[in-house]
Design a protein around this ligand. Sequence first.
Ligand code: ZN
Length: 120
Amino acid sequence: MMNTIEKQISAMLNDLGRLFSENIRYENCPHGGEYHAFLRVCDSCEHSISCYWLTENNPHLAKRKPVKQLVQELKNAHDTVLAEIGRSHQTVTCTCDYCAWLRACDRLFLDPSMGRRFRQ
Ligand SMILES: [Zn+2]
């Protein structure tokens, strides 16, 4: 059985996966939306970051991971979104879905049970 914090982390990762997949226009992708690290075309693609993340983080596998790993993945995802999207947004006030996700993430990191996980 998953406890509450695991459910919340999984939900956050799923939300980000949905955000990313909604914003990728696969009709222009010659690889059917599969990220290939060794292809230059993937590196220069405007969807590079989100596509890479979706390939590396299958949300359907998230629930089988230990909570410590989930916390780390959420932290990595947060850092990625902040670096790639947040740098051109006012993340505190911006109303876009990514900035709203970042703020929800920050709130979750403040959750007391989350703090315990970080100290493990
Ligand atoms: Zn924004």
